[in-house]
Structure formats: C-alpha cells, structure tokens
Ligand binder design. Structure first.
Ligand SMILES: Cc1cc2nc3c(=O)[nH]c(=O)nc-3n(C[C@H](O)[C@H](O)[C@H](O)COP(=O)(O)OP(=O)(O)OC[C@H]3O[C@@H](n4cnc5c(N)ncnc54)[C@H](O)[C@@H]3O)c2cc1C
Length: 422
C-alpha cells in the first residue's frame, strides 16, 4: 500500500522538491517526489524526515544504473545528488582529490587529466552521466582493475550521511556509533543501502604518456585462456587483458601503457609472444573504441546482462559454461570482460523469457558450485521477478544483514534491492 508523503515537511528542508514522473520509476516502482539537497546537513534532515514518516529513500546519482539489484520493495523519495557536484580539493603534489558525490565522474577525470593525473578507473568518455557517488556505491570497475584494482582500493576517505541523520567522516572525526568502520570501503558497493555518500577522496595515479592495444584472434576458449596466461606471465605488464567473444569477433586484447618508447617495445614483445596463438594486430583508435572498454552489454533493448566470475585460470571453463547454457537454447550471447581478473559480462538476447531464465539459472548453478558467482546486472522487471539478482550469498549473508541492521535498521534506504532482499 502506498504511503502518502508529507511534501510540505520536505519543502521545509530543501528548496528543490519536484513531483516524480514516470522517468523516475525504478523497475516499475513509482516514487512520489525527487529532492535535490545541496549540503550534507540537508541530506541528514531528509533522511531523518523519511525515517520518522516511515517512507523509503532511493539515492540517485546520474541514474545510469538505477536498475541494478533486485526490484525495490518501495521508493517514495528519490534523493538526487545532482546539486552536490563540485571538486572540493585537488592538490596534484599530494596525488589526492576530494570531490562531492554528485560530481560527474567524467568531469572529475577531465580536470585531473589537465594535471596529468587520473583516478585509475577506466576513464571513459561514453559514460558522461555516471557520478562519483554512483561509481563508489556500485563499486564498478573496468579493464584497468587488472593493474590498479577497484574503487575500494582507490578510495581513501568518505563523508557519508547515515540513515539516522548522523554525518560521519571516515579517517577524520570519529563518530561514536560508527567507530571502527572504514566508511569509504564499507560504502563501496553498498548500492545506496547503508547511507548517502556525500564526498569521496581518491588516491591518484599519473596519466600514462602513451598507450596501445594489441589483440590476438582466438577460436576456442582454450586459446583465449592461453593468450591471457601468456600475457599475464610476460614482461609486457599490461594494464588490462580483455576478452571479446561474440559471433563475429573473438579476441583477447592487452592494453599497454608507458612512455612512447616503452609502449613500442611492449607492443613488439606482445606481437612475438602471441603470434603462435592466432593473428595478432595493434588496434587503431576506431577499432579500440568499438571494442571497448565500452560499450559492454548494457541491457538496452531488453537484453539480460550478467556478471560472472571465476578465478582467471578457469577462463576457458567460464566461457564454456556461459556459451553452453545459451547456445543450446538459441540465445545469442555476447561476452565481454576482464579476462585476467576472471570477470565476464554477458549480454544474453532472445525472445523467449523462459529460455533466458533457464540459461541464467543453469550457468549460475555451475559457476557457484565451482566457487564463483553470477549476478544479474540488467534485466527487464519481468525477468527480475523470476530470478534473484544476486544468487546465493552463503556465509556472507549473515555479515551483510548485521551491517545493514547496524546502519539502517528501519530499512529506509533502497529497501529490497540488495543481497537476500535487504
Ligand atoms: C570508470 C567507470 C567504469 C564503468 N564501467 C561500466 C561498465 O563497464 N558497464 C556498465 O554498465 N557501467 C559502467 N560504468 C557505469 C557506472 O558504474 C555506473 O553508471 C555508475 O556507477 C552509476 O552512477 P550513477 O551516478 O548513474 O548512479 P545511479 O545509477 O544513480 O545509482 C546507482 C546506485 O548507486 C546508488 N547511489 C548513487 N549515488 C549514491 C550516493 N551518493 N550515495 C549512496 N548511494 C548512491 C543508487 O542508490 C543506486 O543503487 C562505469 C563507470 C565508470 C565511471
């Protein structure tokens, strides 16, 4: 049953309160209002208000991945970080940047480039709307995680607002009820279920002077694994080793970065090393853009996108599980992923939803049995009603529940979306 919202109560806290439209719906769940706070204090008041009124809050950055996770149990208020979008501090000498959560990641990255620095998460010109808060809350990462790890490793501090309105800063002021937690790391990947991130600090890396991508054509999952392993064990020190596996193209590519002369030497080595596996070539900019790191399957057009993970040494097995489950059912599978970190994104398309459900469940069962995971990333709401986005959480579930209990016992923030429906 819908809880009627006391809009005046919100208007007393924040200037920008607008009625939600169909475009604000999350997996078909229609919010009532969108609020755009400008300060951490306003965020705190909004959360206190929501808690006292018994309504829920869905935080939104760019809204590009609002549909990740399970269908929300409720979402009356959309809290948009749109108006908290500045770079607070960037001292190139310290290699650290402090930004507001609603700042567009692409904007922050562009301004860091001017100082020849970067947040070493794949800078992409294509995801213009993604915000820093959204990147942290989803702990998404791209190909470069092979060299630089993920957001959780690059975030070195955060300011967050907890569900009870406490403003907490990790590393700085110790707040009684959150002492002992590294909030930046804890909130990374929390999908807006623990609190609202209002600021994040990142460690920076120097921008590489030159880059080249070398790719080898492969025909079998075993060749893909051999190419990945050869690159892994070699001296070329790739920044990323990627798999592209579709009906038209099957490639393993390596991103090589360094000073210009260094890149040429690495390129030559990679060519020599890979030529026994298949045809090797250096990609031109256009081809590189087309292959990735973006786009990877994004669910547009009703595709079901899953993120599957197994140890990199089982790359061949992972490709086989995903393609066996789909081929037999006439589903087209487009695989794209971080070969050397064992993470493969697959876009499954086909008109028969029963077949899609069966394929995902079969692949999940085998992968989980082997110690990996399969998460549904993007899917139509009808599919999500049938298949849990996360799959079995195992021992992790108890811990996750306890953390949620500690931070948001009333279930105000993004209820229903996370593991085990919390
Ligand atoms: C370097 C990089 C690599 C990427 N790689 C890919 C990729 O390969 N494939 C792909 O599909 N996408 C990729 N993305 C997209 C990216 O991860 C998402 O688009 C982005 O994280 C979502 O940002 P958003 O602002 O649109 O968040 P939203 O879609 O608005 O929100 C996403 C989730 O985060 C929560 N949230 C948002 N802001 C906050 C906050 N301030 N506090 C608490 N919770 C919050 C929301 O409640 C929601 O659960 C990449 C982005 C970048 C920058």
């Amino acid at each position: 049953m819908e809880t009627k919202l006391n809009v005046q109560g919100l208007e007393g806290i924040v200037e920008n309160v607008t009625e939600a439209t169909g475009a604000d719906a999350i997996d078909g769940v229609q919010p009532q209002v969108v609020v755009e706070p400008e300060t951490a204090e306003q965020v705190a008041e909004i959360l206190k208000f929501a808690r006292s009124e018994g309504v829920s809050v869905a935080t939104r950055g760019g809204g590009t991945k609002q549909g990740w996770g399970n269908i929300p149990a409720a979402a009356e208020i959309v809290l948009s970080t749109e108006r908290m979008n500045g770079i607070i501090e960037h001292e190139p000498g310290d290699q650290v940047v402090r930004v507001q959560a609603g700042a567009k990641f692409s904007y922050v990255q562009q301004s860091l480039f001017r100082a020849n620095q970067m947040i070493a998460l794949d800078p992409s010109s294509k995801l213009k709307e993604a915000t820093v808060g959204g990147v942290v809350a989803t702990n998404d990462s791209g190909p470069r995680r092979y060299k630089y790890n993920t957001t959780r490793d690059l975030i070195i501090g955060a300011k967050v607002v907890l569900a009870d309105g406490t403003i907490a800063k990790s590393g700085g002021k110790v707040v009684k009820n959150v002492a002992g937690y590294d909030l930046g790391k804890l909130f990374t990947g929390s999908l807006g279920t623990l609190g609202v991130i209002v600021e994040a600090n990142f460690r920076l890396h120097p921008l590489p002077e030159a880059a080249r991508t070398v790719a080898v054509e492969v025909e079998t999952p075993q060749q893909a694994k051999a190419a990945m392993m050869a690159l892994w064990h070699s001296q070329v020190e790739a920044s990323a080793i990627e798999l592209h596996w579709g009906a038209e193209k099957k490639l393993v590519s390596a991103l090589l970065e360094s000073i210009p002369e260094g890149v040429e030497a690495k390129e030559e080595q990679a060519h020599v090393m890979l030529k026994s596996i298949g045809e090797v070539r250096s990609l031109n900019d256009e081809e590189y853009d087309e292959l990735g790191p973006y786009p990877r399957p994004d669910g547009s057009g009703g595709e079901v996108v899953v993120k599957a993970a197994l140890p990199p040494a089982e790359l061949d097995g992972l490709i086989e599980v995903l393609t066996n489950a789909t081929d037999r059912r006439g589903i087209t599978a487009n695989l794209r992923g971080h070969a050397a970190t064992g993470i493969i994104f697959s876009g499954f398309s086909g008109n028969d939803e029963d077949a899609l459900v069966e394929a995902v469940e079969e692949a999940r069962e085998i992968i989980v049995r082997r110690g990996g995971s399969l998460v549904v990333r993007e899917a139509p709401a009808s599919f999500k009603r049938r298949v849990d986005a996360w799959g079995p959480a195992g021992d992790y579930m108890e811990l996750t529940k306890r953390v949620k209990e500690k931070f948001d016992a009333a279930g105000t923030l993004n209820p229903g979306r996370f593991l085990g429906g919390i």
